[in-house]
Design a protein around this ligand. Structure first.
Ligand code: GYE
Length: 353
């Protein structure tokens, strides 16, 4: 039985490391900007949201475009699968490794293994604990910013700030005549930088201590009454919102969802509980995916804070620079906007994801 399990596990690791395709067969030629074809191991988190699918598509398309041999691995949301995939990449002696850490902690050992093997790493989208993504002291081995070469992605804390700012500017106009607005929050995957950053940024702008799940902002007008994780998925967003509607359905004025997928799932739960999403309960999401635009145009969602998943081209460009020993920014920040019902219809046709 044990042997059988070991064989099965080995098979899953191998297939996990090669799942996803995306140009792993070398089709010859050289990588753009290089004198040879380079191999990139890529550890993606999974396919939990529309955002993630758009990110994966962007990475796979960009690898083709740059003629990079991409070994793409889907971790199905589990850190242990990511660690196994990265170890496989080290064994295969790939030229460079890119990865999105599902949660912030638990990366020191594996990243040091990459350093020891002389394989540079690019951290994509989510960051690791203790990293401020600024140039570290090269002699301080304990500074997490020394464990990877470059970070490419958004400022999650700022996204939380932007969501709160949109709420402060718009909710009193949409729901006039209230002295306190009660907020329910759907958090992303617990312990991921996308969740911790958005959680903190939202509270900072309102003047609520960053460590408290619930609480009232400094001007007394906004109160977070409920906050729970929906793990960034539509299904769980709906489930948790159903529970929120049961316990506090009549009180909730605003839903802040750490991503659009959970907000979209929650729309259904709100309708099923007999309230009108987008009117009785103002919904603010993050990502600005197609589904959110459709909901904004239909009037069921109110705003979405853009977080760009189109990171592929920057990942490939940065990889080539690193391998050519050219200087790269420690943090390549994405360019983003905010959208709501006033501009959704006009912008929708030009959206790429
Ligand atoms: O917002 C969410 C996804 O890490 C920025 O992960 C990403 C987040 C994104 O599942 O939809």
């Amino acid at each position: 039985m044990k042997k059988l399990l070991a064989v099965l596990l080995a098979l899953t690791v191998v297939s996990a490391a090669f799942a996803g395709g995306g140009g792993q067969q070398s089709s010859g030629g050289v990588t753009k900007g290089m004198d040879r074809k380079i191999v990139m191991g890529y550890s993606q988190i999974g396919a939990e949201s529309e955002w993630r699918t758009a990110c994966t598509n962007s990475v796979q398309a960009a690898a083709k475009e740059w003629n990079i041999d991409l070994r793409f691995s889907d971790a199905q949301q589990k850190q242990e699968n990511q660690l196994q995939a990265i170890r496989t990449f080290i064994r295969q002696k790939v030229d460079i490794i890119a990865f999105t850490p599902v949660v912030e902690t638990g990366w020191e050992a594996i990243l040091k293994e990459c350093l020891d093997a002389g394989i540079p790493t690019i951290c994509v989208d989510r960051s690791i604990q203790g990293s401020d993504r600024k140039a570290p002291n090269p002699n301080d081995k304990n500074d997490p910013d020394n464990w990877f070469t470059a970070f490419i992605g958004s400022d999650m804390e700022q996204e939380g700030n932007r969501a709160a700012k949109w709420m402060i500017a718009n909710v009193p106009k949409l729901l006039p005549g209230k002295s306190v607005y009660k907020i329910a929050e759907l958090q992303g995957t617990v312990g991921s930088s996308a969740m911790t950053g958005r959680f903190k940024g939202f509270r900072d702008t309102l003047g609520i201590p960053a460590a408290s799940a619930t609480g009232t902002g400094s001007d007394g007008k906004f109160q977070i009454i409920l906050s729970q994780t929906g793990d960034f998925t539509r299904a769980q967003g709906k489930q948790v919102m159903e529970a929120f509607m049961k316990s506090n359905g009549k009180e909730i004025d605003v839903l802040f969802a750490h991503n659009d997928d959970m907000g979209i799932g929650a729309i259904q739960a709100i309708q099923e509980a007999g309230r009108v999403p987008g009117k009785d309960i103002i919904i603010i999401g993050i990502d600005a995916v197609k589904g959110a635009f459709e909901a904004m145009i239909a009037g069921t969602m109110n705003a979405s804070i853009e977080c760009s998943p189109l990171l592929g081209p920057q990942v490939m460009e940065t990889a080539v620079k690193i391998l050519n020993k050219q200087p790269v920014e420690k943090w390549v920040v994405s360019n983003e906007s905010d959208f709501d019902q006033t501009n959704a219809a006009a912008v929708f046709p030009s959206r790429q994801y």
